[in-house]
Design a protein around this ligand. Structure first.
Ligand code: 26Q
Length: 837
């Protein structure tokens, strides 16, 4: 990127000065007709049920209104000379944009009116939009909720991510098995992105580094003979809630550089030059579908460096232009929040850009780096900590490896000064793990270079301090802090659950939309019979809507009079979908034995994607589906129990699922789920939780009170203790219920013509080294579920608890989370956008 672009932009008359667009139904309708007819070229012969074009026209009408505010937000930030934060993340799980934009712009009622007058249903059009599935699960959706809250709080925070051509795969279920299909979400075009080729960046790979001397005679390293790739930005608008602010998410696409094409073309290798284009574009082709790290894939490291380098160059270039190349205030005015270690190449890359390109000394560059980088950890699983083979780093990013070595040498010197002679500790803390194939430990790199290291729930942060990162905590206790996760109530209540939102606003006003703590005003209403009745009716209506989706997607009939028991999240052994299905088998067994006195009819819904290479997770999906088939087709079971696996769980599915849930399953092995955020969405929508003392469940229970939460299972400490002498066979032998469940499984009852397919699952449960302790928690889980069933039969009591859950969800807004990040890490001023007038 060159200065010329900026110059010519400022030298022109301001072409961006326009009168504001109308927001009344008549304005919206006129613009809709304009786009539909004049821009999209449709005419009266177009089939009115082909919603695609109507969706595009509507999206353009809404986008225009975003554009005005977007520009005014940028101008306000520029002119205030404010400090900014950049949220670097390999994932942004945005879901759909239209409904959220309409809500945040405050256009919902006016648009409904406008569309009604032309005989279109807003809901029909919304359904056309594919999810932007640029993430795996919790970490990616958290990034999306953070952006919504930052825009609403008017914080100058920009997201930087990757524009994957293929997002999270679509999941089909065939004969009970997961089948993955590529998600080519951009094929029909994406109205919401604006390509900005003028801000493209050049990214280097491979080559080698050599020493040169600069004009002052000092040594300067150069990274040469590289294979370069172009990073082209696409900007996505992030509207705040009715406040005129529209922030930016900048997503990078990889393209071949021009001279690369030319070189090979001139050498006569036409097909070779086209192939090299492919090679470059491969980098942003597909999202890696693993939610616990898969080590060693070279393309993944390329993606990570590509994002880090493009984003840092973008920030640095803007800075150098506006500050006349003066870096002295850079650290005061910029902060980079690393969403896990995935973008942690940013550490050596910032060092490189500052030293090699800008000529700073090591100490100057290091001062800037360690006062601008902040790192968030999202996992407690040691196997999920990212490591990259030194040899791969050497080949792909030789200059970065040199810098990492230097950071490590200086860091280990510090360790040696603090703990003289403790070689054991030096080996433990080294950024390089020694062995036959030495590895770079990315988490340690991030910790060493950051001024802040945070976990995502109290327990998680404590376990980081005491376990995984204990050595570092001893060295730098002041770096470590907690920021409990949240969710945005705009998408997860106001938008997804309009009926409940209206009821709440009728009772306590609508202030909760930007101040979730106000939900506590519902507490005194929990015993009010009139409110309870309305609350119940809303839940019922939402269950009808969810039942329709289950019928359409699973072919299973859920009765809204039964309890809706839901577990949706990525499939992972530590999340224990297996424990859930063992309980279902136990209920089935009780029905078959006639033990149905005082029965509470239950509809169990499970959904989630398994990483394509995770065999055990895929087996668990198959088991759930086989159990569902047997249970749903057994006349003896009837309406007492239904089971469904909802295919292709995603953001837009959760928007229908969480308003309709009665019971939220949060049953991970204690000490393994860093936080969880689905747990918060369910609570917000009035579901009760059956859960372990893990992640944010602990804080949810604290807020709602132990009487309104169904607790079971070992604590994190007890689990750790239990692993030492774990004897699942003894537990099974001593528990009649579990024994019968195991016998049903072993007998092939759920695998009639598929002998032995569940052997690996059976073995896992019986394995004394089962890290997830499924058998250990089974009986307590069944007991908790018994209390749940009992409680549900008292509909008044249940509804009271449901209201109390919503009323106690105030803490779990990402507005609160972002306020905390800002107060303790970023220190940004809130900058209102210039009004549209
Ligand atoms: C790493 C390297 C290579 C390929 C993939 C990955 C990778 C990708 C995604 C590793 C991990 C993830 C995602 C992790 C994640 O979603 N963690 C969840 O983060 C949530 C938000 O903080 C928490 O609520 C969940 O507890 C945590 O599991």
């Amino acid at each position: 990127m060159d200065k010329e672009n900026f110059k010519s932009e400022t030298a022109c008359p301001d072409l961006t000065n326009l009168p504001p667009l109308g927001m009344e139904p008549a304005d919206l309708e006129r613009h809709f007709r304009h786009y539909y007819t004049n821009y999209l070229g449709r005419d009266r012969n177009c089939c009115s049920t082909h919603y695609h074009y109507a969706y595009d026209a509507l999206a353009l009408v809404v986008r225009d209104r975003l554009m005005e505010r977007w520009k005014n937000t940028r101008y306000a930030y520029e002119e205030s000379d404010c400090k900014r934060t950049y949220y670097l993340s390999l994932e942004f799980l945005m879901g759909r944009t239209l409904g959220n934009a309409v809500l945040n712009l405050g256009l919902d009622e006016k648009l409904t009116q406008a569309l009604n007058s032309i005989c279109l249903e807003y809901e029909d059009l919304e359904g056309v939009e594919p999810d932007a599935g640029l993430g795996n699960g919790g970490l990616g959706r958290l990034a999306a909720c953070f952006l919504d809250s930052c825009a609403t709080l008017q914080l100058p925070v920009q997201g930087y991510g990757i524009r994957y051509e293929y997002g999270m795969f679509r999941q089909h279920i065939v004969n009970g098995y997961q089948v993955e299909e590529p998600d080519h979400w951009l094929r029909i075009g994406n109205i919401w992105e604006i390509k900005r080729p003028e801000y493209s960046q050049r990214i280097k790979f491979c080559g080698y580094s050599e020493a040169t001397s600069d004009v002052a005679g000092r040594t300067r390293m150069r990274w040469v003979n590289t294979r370069d790739v172009l990073a082209v930005p696409y900007d996505v608008p992030i509207p705040g809630y009715r406040n005129g602010t529209v922030n930016t998410l900048r997503l990078w696409k990889a393209e071949a550089t021009e001279e690369f094409d030319l070189e090979e073309f001139n050498s006569g290798d036409y097909t070779g030059s086209v192939a090299s284009k492919n090679e470059a574009e491969k980098i942003t082709m597909v999202l890696y579908p693993n939610d616990s790290s898969e080590n060693g894939k070279e393309l993944r490291l390329q993606q990570q460096y590509f994002l880090a380098s493009a984003s840092l160059q973008d920030v640095l270039n803007r800075w150098l232009i506006t500050e006349q190349a003066d870096l002295s205030r850079f650290a005061e005015k910029n902060c980079f929040q690393l969403n896990d270690t995935h973008p942690s190449c940013a550490v050596p890359e910032l060092m490189r850009l500052l030293m090699d390109d800008q000529g700073l000394s090591w100490d100057e560059a290091w001062d800037i780096t360690r006062s601008t980088m902040a790192y968030t950890n999202h996992t407690l699983l040691p196997e999920a900590l990212e490591r990259w083979p030194v040899r791969m780093f050497q080949r792909l990013l030789p200059r970065l490896l040199e810098i990492i070595y230097e950071i490590n040498a200086r860091f280990l010197k510090q360790v040696a000064e603090r703990w003289p002679g403790d070689m054991q500790r030096q080996r433990r803390m080294s950024l390089i793990e020694e062995g036959p194939e030495p590895q770079v430990r990315m988490a340690f790199l991030a910790i060493v270079a950051s001024f802040s290291v945070n976990g995502v729930a109290e327990l998680h942060s404590k376990l980081l301090r005491e376990g995984l990162f204990h050595d570092f905590y001893e060295l730098w206790p002041e770096k470590f802090n907690n920021k409990t996760n949240g969710v945005t109530q705009r998408r997860w209540l106001a938008y997804s659950n309009p009926e409940l939102s209206d009821l709440i606003s009728e009772k306590i006003g609508s202030g909760w939309v930007t101040d979730l703590a106000q939900l506590s005003r519902l507490r005194p209403l929990a015993d009010d019979p009139a409110v309870q009745q309305r609350w119940q009716q809303v839940k019922y209506n939402n269950k009808v809507r969810l039942a329709e989706m289950v019928a359409a997607d699973c072919g299973v009939k859920f009765s809204p009079d039964a309890m809706f028991d839901v577990q949706v999240k990525r499939i992972h052994e530590y999340k224990r979908q297996l424990l859930n299905i063992l309980h279902v088998i136990h209920l089935y067994d009780r029905i078959k034995r006639g033990d149905t006195h005082n029965w509470t009819p239950r509809c169990v819904l499970i959904g989630g994607k398994a990483a394509p290479g995770y065999a055990m997770a895929k087996q668990i999906i198959k088991l759930i589906n086989n159990v569902a088939t047997v249970v749903n087709n057994d006349p003896a079971v009837g309406s007492l129990l239904k089971v469904a696996f909802i295919p292709n769980y995603r953001v837009s599915a959760m928007e229908v699922i969480c308003p309709g849930a009665d019971l939220s399953e949060q049953i991970s092995t204690a000490g393994k789920e860093a936080s969880g955020t689905g747990n918060m969405k369910f609570m917000l929508n009035g579901a009760l939780t059956v859960g372990t003392l893990d992640g944010a469940n602990i804080e949810i229970r604290e807020e709602v009170g132990e009487d309104n939460f169904f607790l079971f299972g070992l604590t994190a400490e007890e689990a750790e203790e239990r692993r030492k002498d774990y004897d699942p066979l003894a537990i099974i032998a001593g528990d009649e219920n579990l024994q019968r469940v195991m016998q049903l499984l072993q007998s092939g009852h759920f695998s009639q013509f598929e002998a032995g397919i569940f052997d690996s699952i059976l073995q896992a449960i019986q394995n004394p080294h089962d890290p997830w302790l499924v058998a250990a928690d089974f009986s307590d889980y069944v007991a908790a579920q018994q209390r749940v069933a009992q409680a549900y039969r008292d509909q008044t009591g249940w509804t009271r608890m449901s209201i109390l859950n919503t009323a106690s969800a105030g803490k779990f807004s990402t507005d609160r989370t972002m306020e905390e990040y800002n107060a303790k890490i970023w220190n940004l001023s809130k900058i209102p956008a210039f009004p549209v007038e």
